[in-house]
Design a protein around this ligand. Sequence first.
Ligand SMILES: Nc1ncnc2c1ncn2[C@@H]1O[C@H](COP(=O)(O)OP(=O)(O)OP(=O)(O)O)[C@@H](O)[C@H]1O
Ligand SMILES: [Mg+2]
Length: 244
Amino acid sequence: MKPTWERGEELLLEAKEISVFYGGVRAIENASFWVDSGEIVAMIGPNGAGKSTALKAIFGLVKLRGGDILFQGENITGLRPYEHVPKGISLVPDGRRLFPSMSVLENLEMGAFLRNDKDIQNDIERIFGLFPALKERTRQKAGVLSTGEQQMLAFGRALMQRPKLLLADEPSVGLSPDYVDTIFERLIEINKSGTSVLLVEQNARMALEIAHRGYVFKIGTIFMEGAGKELLEKDEVKKVFWGD
Ligand SMILES: Nc1ncnc2c1ncn2[C@@H]1O[C@H](COP(=O)(O)OP(=O)(O)OP(=O)(O)O)[C@@H](O)[C@H]1O
Ligand SMILES: [Mg+2]
């Protein structure tokens, strides 16, 4: 792995020694991580280790007790969630959080809420190209879609914001194996088309397989980091995730 001092312009997101507490409960303490432009970075770790909290901290959904978050060199610590979107950060939250009584198309349009450019229609077509199942259901309410289709729509809605960095919290959870494969394949495509991805996953093996780098969380701290494929081979990772 490249040492920090060699990182230059490609650095997109940097979390420096961040700590988050819920009341007296420590969720993460002194965690540092980064995402370079063009990367898929995976965050894995057992339940309650602080992965979702790390994403929430980046997106301003929880307050930092300590540390800083920088995006493209700008200190974004303390910004409100909606202030992240125009900066180029979008979140696909856990549980998807769609507007269930709105149609597929309306959910996508909601993603473009802060935009007023002429490319909105093109982007909707691009998302239908990425997820053809959504195109067939343009007028259906989000609430009647299958879980896998809802996850696609959650990605589509976030992509309508044209993020430089996409944060995704457990996108494969509750999905049938076919949909899990689809979501991971599309993540690779989304990344190849220029969006960096920070991916929290309980499906550690698949996440590390597609990730350029990964961070392994353990009760509120990052205890290991490295290239995705390297981490897959580590005994500690095997022990925690696969019981080898
Ligand atoms: N809203 C909250 N109020 C109080 N404690 C919380 C809250 N959210 C999370 N926690 C606690 O913070 C710690 C980290 O939780 P977090 O949800 O970030 O973990 P996680 O790694 O995402 O776990 P999971 O794999 O279960 O999603 C846990 O001890 C959790 O119980
Ligand atoms: Mg979580």
